[in-house]
Design a protein around this ligand. Structure first.
Ligand code: AMP
Length: 540
């Protein structure tokens, strides 16, 4: 039978066009890199995106060219976010916190033709410019008066570039499966790997992200992505917000609790960041007796969120927490801990228990857990296995790889270890390479860490396995104190009720700082190195 429905390509330009048409005056606030907090709206974001797309075409950009962007979350960044794919090019997000050699690798590997950079980040590019093999021009995202002095000749000024361009540029059109963005995984070992999102995958992913059981956002929300757009596709928020016509607050580069609180006070109802940001924010709120009158929901992911953080946000500050899990390869949202009716029916403590899971998957994300031999494990909340996924916004193959990243049946191994319960709620227990194997059993490093962080004087905790002649590995806990040093016996007392004796750490040690990756996760690789350098040995 011939079908007669329209062939409507899912292109991200449709998203910004929708916002500009249906929600033109919805406010977008932002802390500009130049300093002041500015105000704009979707109409003007779209106009600037069109001007920028036109400017890119004038610069000679052709379909499929890659444009690297190293920028903080600002309104200008939103115009760039849509201007690049609107010109048919591919938006390559660059994390300024990567090591210089990783940046050189990913810029050369993705073959960026143009680089966009906030002016305060230009020194990072200056340091590596001699090693970049494909970059032709650098565009500094500011106006003429803020253009920095630089050893790089011929820098282009963004505001000058777009000033005289038409604001009615016709987006470059094409197939929905064309590349739209590229994001490299942080990769603790080996070279970073590029995930190329398509117009279709980004659109479908955002459609599933805005749903009630996911982010549940609408035009009545004011959304602040604290998570930088250069992390894991910006958690899809720069697509999800205009897709529903939400108002936005872009916090700029100031990630301090004071700076973020100032932005939250602009009427933010929904915000998103990794747990460490919120731990600092809660401390700041407590210390200064502050409240969050407009904030309704906060999505926390990227690393496991301790129960104490969830509880405090909800009980003391009246902000609902959505614990989420995902990864760059999944565009990135995989699960969100919203409440199915079975969970709604539980009491306060019961719901908090569930919030220790990362929730359930939406439509279009398929999940399963398997044992090491690849056999499916039951969804009983007990069986731990490798977490595999497939879906419309999950990677098939890394950029320029010769082989697929999925198995013969299309499943992608997330590298995480998890249980799934009868309600479909997923508990992430570890990265497969971080799981602590003691006497043939697995000990969850995440659960040990979350328990330790429940002590008010523990700022951060990392559990790792140390080789042991009899048990293979034994867990130890490394702790960063929040000011005053906590009593080891008190931390142990928190754990004895929650863990079997053989799961308890053999040692608790203190460090001034635990090493992190460029995306803010604890780097167990560097931590193990640090302990080895210090000649650490398990107590006898
Ligand atoms: P990235 O691609 O850099 O965003 O890293 C993805 C990885 O972060 C996942 O595979 C998990 O190991 C980890 N991760 C993300 N969210 C969570 C979470 N809520 N709990 C535990 N681990 C998480």
């Amino acid at each position: 039978m011939i079908q007669h429905m329209q062939n409507f390509p899912l292109r991200v330009s449709e998203i910004i066009d929708y916002a500009a048409l249906q929600h033109p005056d919805r406010k977008i606030f932002g802390r500009s890199i130049e300093g002041p907090i500015i105000e704009t709206n979707w109409r003007d974001i779209q106009k600037d995106a069109k001007k920028f797309a036109a400017a890119l075409i004038d610069l000679g950009v052709i379909k499929g060219d890659v444009v690297g962007v190293m920028a903080w979350n600002t309104p200008r960044q939103l115009s760039v976010w849509y201007g690049i794919p609107g010109a048919g090019a591919v938006n390559h997000t660059l994390n300024p916190r990567l090591f210089a050699d990783q940046l050189v690798y990913i810029i050369n590997h993705a073959e960026d033709r143009f680089l966009m950079v906030d002016f305060d980040l230009l020194p990072i590019i200056e340091d590596i410019i001699d090693q970049l093999t494909t970059v032709e021009k650098i565009i500094v995202m500011t106006d003429r008066s803020h253009m920095p002095d630089s050893k790089i000749n011929d820098l282009l000024c963004y505001e000058e570039l777009i000033a005289d361009q038409p604001d009615d540029f016709n987006w470059i059109t094409g197939d929905e499966n064309e590349a739209c963005g590229i994001c490299y995984t942080s990769g603790t070992t080996g070279d970073p790997k590029g995930v190329v999102y398509t117009h279709r995958s980004n659109t479908l992913h955002a459609l599933s992200a805005v749903a009630p059981d996911m982010l549940d956002v609408s035009s009545n929300d004011r959304i602040m992505p604290v998570v930088p757009l250069f992390h894991a596709n910006g958690w899809s928020i720069a697509y999800a917000a205009p897709m529903v016509g939400a108002s936005m607050v872009m916090p700029g580069r100031d990630m301090t609790p004071v700076g973020l609180f100032e932005m939250l006070e602009l009427g933010v109802t929904f915000t998103a960041a990794v747990p460490t940001i919120w731990m600092q924010m809660l401390q700041h709120l407590d210390d200064n007796n502050l409240r969050l009158p407009t904030l309704e929901r906060v999505i926390i992911g990227g690393a496991s969120c301790p129960r104490s953080v969830i509880d405090k946000f909800q009980t003391k500050y009246g902000v609902q927490v959505l614990h989420a899990w995902g990864m760059t390869e999944m565009s990135p949202l995989g699960t969100v801990c919203s409440f199915k009716p079975e969970v709604m029916a539980l009491d306060h403590e019961g719901r908090l228990d569930v919030q220790g899971t990362v929730g359930h998957a939406p439509f279009m994300i398929n999940l399963k857990i398997t044992d090491d031999a690849g056999n499916d494990l039951p969804w009983d909340g007990e069986s731990q296995g490798r977490l595999l996924t497939k879906g419309a916004a999950v990677v098939q193959r890394y950029h320029k790889s010769d082989t697929d990243a999925v198995d013969a049946d299309g499943w992608f191994d997330t590298g995480d270890v998890a249980t799934i319960n009868t309600n479909g709620y997923v508990r992430i227990t570890d990265r497969s390479k971080d799981v602590i194997k003691s006497g043939g059993e697995w000990i969850s490093s995440i659960e040990l860490e979350n328990c330790a962080v429940g002590h008010p004087l523990v700022a951060e905790a990392a559990a790792i396995g140390i080789p042991h002649p009899k048990w293979d590995e034994r867990p130890i806990l490394v702790i960063v104190a929040a000011g005053q040093k906590p009593d080891v016996a008190e931390i142990m007392a928190l754990m004895v009720n929650k863990f079997a004796k053989w799961q308890l750490p053999d040692d608790i040690i203190f460090m001034d700082e635990i090493p992190h990756t460029a995306t803010g996760k604890i780097s167990k690789l560097l931590l193990r190195q640090k302990l080895a350098d210090q000649g650490y040995e398990l107590p006898p």
